[in-house]
Design a protein around this ligand. Structure first.
Ligand code: G3H
Ligand code: ZN
Length: 286
């Protein structure tokens, strides 16, 4: 069933585990992510970036797709439908169409404006029982046109943004979207500790793909309660599809029936999501 993220992530911070946030792009991705949640009997967050929603045909369609897939697959675990890295307009639209949770990503705005707009989105969202994620500091790298410099979150700014009333807070702690460069320095646990000491909100780690497991587990033990993973599913999908083509390219009906071609990729996404759920220690629902 569809629920907001407020209680689920509060419980995660308190219980020192995380709930995964996985990006969808289409029907197959949606089925794979929801299927992984059902199989492991754990809550899950499924999210659309602005780019993915545009690709799929709009926020309302995305919301309906997730809702109908839950119904047709008999998904019984809690599912949070979330907007990933939304600007002000996108966040407002998703609140309108009934997402359960929205991220307002104001990291590229002057801080005062990020703060003011976060407050506005919080008021609109909370009036409808929708959760809000805010962002302080920026996530390095690029994702669907969202570019960040990767600076560490300022602790004072983080405190002020947390006081604006969001339900969870994305923090820049050296994390990067996409594939990590060879010379990546790793997560800044010093900064994470400083943030976790003064902020009670569940903290969000973006750029979850490619961070070594020990670093993810350490970050979760320190207050990270939501981990966003996208690129890893894309890599798993394309690897499986390439292998499928390599094996079946000479077999006519197997080579062009989209349902056959897409099946191994879908399975690879589901396996990746299940393995991350296991890493994050998300407990099964009772
Ligand atoms: O918002 C989405 C995540 O931060 C995804 O990052 O593609 O590096 O896993 P990733
Ligand atoms: Zn992100």
């Amino acid at each position: 069933s569809l629920v907001n993220g407020t209680e689920i992530f509060k419980a995660a911070r308190k219980g020192h585990y995380a709930v995964g946030a996985f990006n969808t792009n289409n029907l197959e991705w949606t089925r794979a992510i929801l299927g992984a949640a059902q199989e492991t009997n754990t809550p899950i967050l499924i999210q659309t970036s602005m780019g993915a929603a545009k690709y799929m045909g709009g926020y309302e369609l995305c919301k309906n797709l997730v809702e109908q897939t839950i119904k047709s697959m008999n998904i019984t675990v809690p599912v949070i439908m979330h907007l990933d890295h939304g600007n002000y307009e996108a966040a407002k639209e998703c609140i309108e169409v009934g997402y359960n949770s929205v991220m307002f990503d104001g990291h590229d705005l002057p801080f005062e404006e990020n703060l003011a707009k976060t407050k506005e989105i919080v008021a609109l969202a909370h009036a409808k029982g929708i959760s809000v994620e805010a962002e302080v500091g920026s996530i390095g790298g690029e994702e669907d046109g969202i570019i960040g410099a990767g600076e560490l979150a300022d602790v004072e700014e983080a405190k002020q943004l947390a006081a604006a009333g969001p339900d969870y807070l994305a923090v820049g702690i050296g994390n990067i979207h996409g594939v990590y460069p060879e010379n990546w320095q790793g997560l800044s646990f010093d900064r994470l500790q400083e943030l976790a000491d003064v902020i009670d909100l569940p903290l969000v780690l973006h750029g979850g793909s490619g961070i070594p497991k020990e670093q993810i587990l350490k970050a979760i033990s320190m207050g990270i309660s939501k981990v966003n993973v996208n690129t890893e599913q894309q890599i798993a999908w394309s690897k499986a599809v390439k292998e499928y083509y390599a094996e079946n390219k000479d077999q006519a009906e197997k080579g062009f029936d989209p349902r056959k071609v897409l099946a191994p990729g879908t399975k690879a996404i589901k396996d990746t999501v299940e393995s991350r759920i296991e890493w994050f220690g998300t407990p099964a629902v009772k």
